[in-house]
Ligand binder design. Structure first.
Ligand SMILES: *[C@@H]1O[C@H](CO)[C@@H](O)[C@H](O)[C@H]1NC(C)=O
Ligand SMILES: *[C@@H]1O[C@H](CO)[C@@H](O)[C@H](O)[C@H]1NC(C)=O
Ligand SMILES: *[C@@H]1O[C@H](CO)[C@@H](O)[C@H](O)[C@H]1NC(C)=O
Ligand SMILES: *[C@@H]1O[C@H](CO)[C@@H](O)[C@H](O)[C@H]1NC(C)=O
Ligand SMILES: *[C@@H]1O[C@H](CO)[C@@H](O)[C@H](O)[C@H]1NC(C)=O
Ligand SMILES: *[C@@H]1O[C@H](CO)[C@@H](O)[C@H](O)[C@H]1NC(C)=O
Ligand SMILES: *[C@@H]1O[C@H](CO)[C@@H](O)[C@H](O)[C@H]1NC(C)=O
Ligand SMILES: *[C@@H]1O[C@H](CO)[C@@H](O)[C@H](O)[C@H]1NC(C)=O
Ligand SMILES: *[C@@H]1O[C@H](CO)[C@@H](O)[C@H](O)[C@H]1NC(C)=O
Ligand SMILES: *[C@@H]1O[C@H](CO)[C@@H](O)[C@H](O)[C@H]1NC(C)=O
Length: 710
């Protein structure tokens, strides 16, 4: 087991070896600064800080395309369905199966309201205002701009967009605050001096009528459904010169403008929520901060402060945490694209996926599943932060387990009637509530995840404080695992399910018993939970040990592992079972070797997946999961092929393309890529040699401050 000592040794070794000067991180990061010469129809270029992100078109603002401005705190409830009260919603109950109360199959419209509320809000739009010679809004389209060029400086989080309008050069600089939900923008042009440029703000209606809102979030013409109110003058807060209150049903959000040059602001008309901001003094530049908050803001950072914060936070991110160079010295022509994916994924995950809650699949770019997050996906989104030593970012959301512990205990013990433990939810909102749904309620692979996060944290700190911090979460998590497994009187083994859903969500929950991946993950989890209590000097509950040792054997069909016990033996040839996540490859790859898993059989099973699964229906994290399996099985060339599979795409700014199944972006693909690359570069417990997951020929791989995978 690695200790903090191993971490620092790795660092020292990589820094001190004569042939190993420190990686030139600045050069490698900057090499992949995205450049655009036109707006993309599918993804924005973004700045942000993990809690908050701002998506921009080619002007550096949301001028032509209403890309979203989203946050980890901006959520709203729609009006209750006609005739329903809070009490009706609170009393929603679903079905009872075998004496267990689940939240699905209950009465509508309460159920759909609970699925789609609260939903995530697009906080507003900031665009460049083009003014004609008469001082009126000019009707400008992107085609009217010439010599467009936009560069994102990853090292400082600064987006610089230049173009010509009416022959004059315009430069827009956009940066995100790091301590608040704000952008600082600076427009520089002779046209500013002539009163021909300004900024506009606009606000959309948001509701939960659409499960997916991509690529844009909100409705801009339902203006009578919501209200905005402008206040200007003194007393609004430090640096705040104007504030717009945006109210949707009973939810109010605040937009503050100030922190830079003086301006006038006016609502364009009562029929819109558009406000024009024009510089008061005619100089060559106009700077202003636009900040968003859930409560009236008491202060706004100045544009200079925002620029400083951005530079400091990004330089720290790139300089002082994990870093991997697969490019310098590699002759394999695929190294360039792999390095690009690594760098851009690091950037985008820090922008979109480092908030106070686990991220939604599309981060802060657009909305999927109403903006809610999925606790089973938390591993793929965020476990890489542990291997890359970005504890400051991971700790923001991983504390969700202690914050949601009361609701998870309530779900397990009060709602579902288990005697002990906490059952973690799947599709979740910031209150910890599980969205109604059969799969949401019957999925189980999210359950051991906190044990993984806890274990990585302990490896990093080795401290008693970490053991105590996670103790209750670890205990309640393992308690529920031990009582969900139930003893089968005829076999004497503890069974998992039915009812339950497997990772691939494509089997009949009523017949799904003893799935291979979940059995292995259960044993892995109970093992780690037991070790945790032992480290604390506490006795391990006898039931944990009994369940761990007597869990049912992994199902085997024709000398290969099977998805679950009793699955039709021709399942490999049946589209029903071979079109979703191939979690069987996770038995050894994603998971380290667990007791009762034969490595030979796991490898043969993975190779069978390569030929029998419908790979053209795989998406996102499937490819890194396949790579991790190939790497542990000694198939390094294959691991690289999976990471660069033609169906696993990252666009020009590094957005992970959703592919056949989900909208773009689908960030679990990025998180899983970083986890897989770290594991392949630094190795895993028991691995041998340098960069054990990379082919020895053609690849030169260097890792700094990366930790080994379990
Ligand atoms: C939405 O309503 C639910 C249920 O009444 C409540 O728990 C939650 O706090 C509300 N969220 C917001 C953002 O209003
Ligand atoms: C703006 O210009 C576009 C393209 O030339 C045109 O289709 C549209 O009608 C114009 N809108 C206004 C309000 O003038
Ligand atoms: C808003 O725009 C949509 C799409 O263009 C259109 O279908 C809808 O009728 C418009 N609604 C209003 C209130 O104008
Ligand atoms: C606006 O509100 C009305 C009344 O609540 C509702 O029927 C309509 O669907 C809303 N419009 C949109 C675009 O959501
Ligand atoms: C911004 O950073 C520079 C250099 O670190 C410093 O001199 C300056 O005072 C900072 N300005 C603000 C407003 O924080
Ligand atoms: C602001 O953010 C910077 C960079 O993340 C950090 O170093 C600093 O401590 C923060 N300041 C405050 C007041 O939170
Ligand atoms: C016990 O296990 C056997 C074999 O796995 C299975 O067929 C049977 O349905 C199980 N019994 C119960 C009560 O679940
Ligand atoms: C599963 O079992 C429940 C309760 O016994 C039943 O209502 C449901 O229809 C079954 N589902 C399937 C897919 O067989
Ligand atoms: C699984 O492994 C454990 C630990 O090695 C062992 O005690 C147990 O008998 C094994 N179970 C099965 C079903 O093979
Ligand atoms: C495999 O996946 C592709 C892409 O989604 C789909 O079109 C095709 O029908 C699937 N093939 C089978 C045999 O399920």
């Amino acid at each position: 087991m690695a200790t903090p000592l191993t971490l620092s040794c790795t660092l020292l070794l990589s820094l001190s070896g004569a042939a190993h000067a420190a990686i030139n991180r600045h050069a490698l990061v900057s090499r992949f600064n995205p450049v655009r010469t036109a707006s993309s129809a599918s993804t924005p270029m973004q700045v942000g800080n993990g809690h908050f992100a701002f998506g921009a078109d080619v002007t550096g603002l949301q001028t032509f395309l209403p890309w979203a401005t989203m946050s980890d705190w901006g959520w709203k409830n729609d009006s209750l369905p006609n005739g329903m009260s809070e009490a009706d919603i609170a009393s929603y109950r679903g079905v009872v199966w075998d004496g267990v109360q689940y939240e699905f199959g209950g009465p509508e419209p309460a159920q759909q309201w609970l699925i789609s509320n609260p939903n995530r809000v697009n906080l507003g739009r900031v665009g460049l205002l083009f003014v004609d010679e008469n001082g009126e809004d000019a009707n400008v389209t992107e085609d009217a701009l010439e010599e467009k060029r936009q560069v994102l400086d990853l090292w400082t989080g600064t987006m610089t967009s230049t173009f010509r309008w009416e022959g004059e050069e315009v430069t827009v600089q956009t940066v995100a605050a790091q301590n608040s939900s704000a952008i600082g923008l600076t427009v520089t042009s002779p046209l500013v001096q002539r009163g021909r440029l300004g900024v506009f703000l606009d606000f959309p209606w948001n509701d939960g009528s659409e499960k997916f809102e991509a690529p844009f979030v909100g409705v801009w013409n339902a203006t009578s459904n919501h209200t905005t109110l402008l206040k200007t003058g003194a007393g609004l807060g430090r640096n705040v010169r104007a504030q717009i209150t945006h109210t949707l049903v009973a939810n109010t959000f605040f937009t503050s403008v100030g922190g830079g040059d003086d301006f006038t602001i006016a609502r364009v008309s009562e029929a819109t929520h558009r406000y024009n901001v024009r510089p008061s003094s005619l100089r060559g530049t106009f700077s202003v901060t636009v900040g968003y908050s859930p409560a009236q803001s008491s202060a706004l950072s100045t544009v200079t402060e925002v620029q400083n914060e951005s530079k400091d936070a990004w330089e720290d991110f790139w300089s002082n945490h994990g870093f991997i160079d697969v490019l310098t010295g590699s002759s394999d022509s695929r190294a360039e694209e792999l390095q690009r994916r690594i760098i851009l994924s690091q950037y985008l995950l820090r922008v979109n996926e480092a908030g106070d809650y686990p991220p939604q699949e599309s981060g802060l770019v657009d909305n999927g599943w109403y903006g809610k997050f999925h606790m089973e996906m938390f591993f793929w989104h965020s476990a890489h932060w542990a291997l890359w030593n970005n504890w400051d970012l991971l700790n923001r959301a991983s504390s969700v387990y202690s914050r949601f512990l009361p609701t998870a205990i309530q779900r397990a013990q009060v709602q579902q009637g288990y005697p002990i433990g906490a059952r973690w939810s799947k599709m979740t909102d910031p209150t910890g509530r599980s969205a109604p749904g059969e799969i949401n309620e019957l999925l189980i692979w999210q359950q051991p995840h906190p044990l993984v996060f806890a274990e990585y944290e302990y490896r990093a700190t080795g401290s008693r404080a970490t053991l105590e911090k996670w103790r209750d979460v670890v205990h309640a998590t393992a308690d529920w695992m031990s009582v969900f497994a139930h003893k089968n009187a005829s076999t004497g083994f503890f069974d998992l399910g039915p009812p339950m859903y497997v990772v691939s969500e494509d089997t009949n929950p009523n017949v799904t018993r003893n799935p291979a991946f979940e059995l292995a993950y259960w044993r892995f989890g109970l093992d780690h939970a037991s070790t945790w209590l032992t480290r604390l000097g506490e006795a391990v509950p006898a039931l944990w040990t009994e369940v761990k040792e007597d869990l049912a054997p992994l199902p085997v069909e024709n000398d290969l592992y099977a998805v679950y016990e009793g699955i039709p033996s021709d399942f490999w040839d049946t589209p029903t079972f071979t079109n979703d996540h191939p979690a069987l490859v996770g038995l050894y790859g994603w998971l380290p070797q667990t007791a009762n898993v034969s490595l030979d059989m796991a490898k043969a099973t993975a190779e069978k997946v390569w030929t029998s699964w419908n790979i053209s229906n795989c998406w996102g994290w499937d490819f890194p999961m396949l790579a991790m399996s190939a790497a542990r099985n000694g198939e390094a060339e294959k691991a690289i092929e999976w990471l660069l599979h033609p169906l696993f795409q990252f666009d020009d700014v590094g957005m992970p393309v959703g592919g056949v199944r989900v909208p773009t972006p689908y960030f679990p693909g990025s998180g899983a890529l970083l986890y897989a690359v770290a594991m392949m570069a630094e190795g895993w417990d028991g691995s041998q040699g340098n960069a054990p997951g990379f082919p020895t020929r053609g690849w030169a791989v260097r890792a700094e401050r990366i930790s080994k995978a379990m």
